[in-house]
Design a binder for this molecule. Sequence first.
Ligand SMILES: C[S@@+](CC[C@H](N)C(=O)[O-])C[C@H]1O[C@@H](n2cnc3c(N)ncnc32)[C@H](O)[C@@H]1O
Length: 238
Amino acid sequence: MLAKKELKRPIPPAPTGACTIAIVDNYLKEIKSGMKVLEIGCGVWSKTLDHCNKVGAHYEGLDVQEEYYGIKCIATRIENLADLSYSDSEFDIVIGNQTMEHWAQHGCTMEWGLYQCFRVVRPGGRVFLNVPIHFHGTKYFLHGKLKKIEKLFSKFSNNVKFESWGNPSDPIAPYYPHPNYQALKDKPAYVLDIESVKDRELPKGVSNTLGFNGRLSQIFHNSISYNLYRVRSKVFNG
Ligand SMILES: C[S@@+](CC[C@H](N)C(=O)[O-])C[C@H]1O[C@@H](n2cnc3c(N)ncnc32)[C@H](O)[C@@H]1O
């Protein structure tokens, strides 16, 4: 098997990727000339950057990694969301495609990451995040803890719209990324789109407690059953 670093992009996209494209097309309709847009966890996908250039909006992209599967990220700043260095209220729109489920794996808790997104967006500005459910990432997303995700967003916005795409399976075929993991048996992956407005003050007392990397993050931000499943899969599949 090739080491992760040696992999040339792309690993085949998940079927849910088709939903993400349609979701991002909806975000792009909101971007107008003169706006300032920040994309969190931009990776190498330049759809939003290209659109900003086309309509005359200013684009900033943030990623914690310089490369994604051997290809240079399009980020204008290589930085962790946990340490976001942009000023308060600097952006009209903050976008994150398929990134929030990974924040805690890179030392930025979901709550702290959301705090940073809402800090840098102007009052009345929009935060658009889409995440895979039952696919990968930290436990709220892997296990589809929608109530917990909703509670988290309610600290930052009174106006949050959640929309499931590809759930239960239409228009994509049912897709089970972890066929041997009992907890996700009969739970196909889909995409959750979360669109919110900055319509309230930032909450007080939010911090990056439990913002761990690596193994510690796995222990704290994944379920026990998933940790055991990963260990078992490693032992048996090498
Ligand atoms: C699954 S990729 C998605 C990339 C791109 N948005 C796309 O849709 O193709 C997740 C990206 O989020 C970035 N990321 C994850 N956690 C982050 C954090 N705490 N701060 C900044 N970037 C992060 C990763 O480095 C990675 O490039």
